[in-house]
Write a protein that binds this ligand. Structure first.
Ligand code: G1P
Length: 288
């Protein structure tokens, strides 16, 4: 089965980042100098995917445009002899093909993924949630691809969370079949901690078989009165085996204000030239 396509839902209102999201789409808000959506696309590229579909509410297609070549900008930088900046510009368009589908109104993650049916064309595909930034030696999509080569079934990436975090995530219950790999028995969207004994939370990297679309079509509105992808996965589980995979990497939820700030610091501190200065500044801030 081919595995070349990534779906990136990007039609949410970004209410957790208001008022900035009145002016800028959430996925275009940068962490230092790169929009959050670029972290998702970079991961897809490094994991040898070929096609990316953005599901977006924005008719102008500004997310897709960001990844295309800007000949005017290239020309300007060449004229000014700013070759270093020119070299820094991402060249994703050389290796990836970009598509977009329009989601007129936010109807939930499930409704967004259903719009990818034509693009996916009966192949297995992955879904990346931009808010979940994962820094990993081996990109998480690649890790999941490796698991897929063994299981040939849908794979949901998970991480352990604490009791208070349970109601913020889709939760997976399963049987560990090898270290870090679980055969899923049940999935439930944002349960109370008392409603499940599992602490395995779904993080925004899914590998799904095309069977998910028939399930999405009959999934009733769930939590927040939206079509939940987790509920469709629960239906798919009645027909197919699905695995949960505990990925290796550091995940930051960059979809809210504190998370975005943490992501800025995290990637700032990864810059060798900035690290010492940043530490001095943070020490100074917290010493008073
Ligand atoms: C979505 C999913 C949820 C998952 C989470 C991961 O929720 O519905 O199952 O655990 O992403 O980030 P959201 O954060 O969009 O409310």
């Amino acid at each position: 089965m081919n595995l070349t396509k990534v779906v990136i839902p990007a039609a949410g209102r970004g209410t957790r980042l208001l008022p900035a999201t009145k002016a800028v789409q959430k996925e275009l808000i940068p962490i230092i100098d790169k929009p959050t959506v670029e972290y998702a696309v970079e991961e897809a590229l490094k994991s040898d995917f070929k096609e990316v579909l953005f599901i977006t509410s924005d008719k102008e297609g500004s997310i897709k445009n960001y990844f295309l070549e800007d000949k005017n900008l290239n020309h300007y930088l060449e004229e000014k002899k700013k070759y270093d900046l020119l070299e820094e510009l991402p060249q994703y368009h050389q290796s990836l093909r970009f598509h977009s589908a329009h989601q007129p109104e936010a109807g939930g993650l499930g409704a967004a993924v259903l719009l990818a049916e034509d693009f996916v064309q009966n192949e297995a595909f992955t879904v990346t949630l931009v808010d979940d930034i994962i820094d990993a030696d081996v990109p998480v999509l690649k890790q999941i691809k490796n698991v897929f080569s063994k299981t040939r079934s849908s794979i949901i990436s998970v991480m352990e969370v604490s009791d208070i975090e349970v109601p913020m995530y889709g939760i997976v219950e399963g049987e560990e079949v090898e270290p870090g790999l679980y055969k899923i028995k049940r999935v439930v969207e944002k349960p109370k901690a008392s409603e499940t004994t599992s602490r395995l939370a779904i993080i925004g990297r899914y590998l799904l078989t095309p069977g998910i679309f028939e399930c999405l079509k009959i999934t009733p509105r769930g939590k927040s009165n939206e079509i939940q992808l987790t509920d469709a996965i629960s239906l798919l589980l009645q027909k197919e085996e699905i695995y949960a995979y505990k990925f290796k990497g550091t995940r930051i939820d960059a979809g809210d204000k504190l998370g975005l700030l943490k992501a800025q610091l995290y990637f700032g501190a990864k810059n060798r030239l900035w690290k010492a200065e940043l530490k001095k500044y943070v020490d100074f801030l917290f010493s008073s």
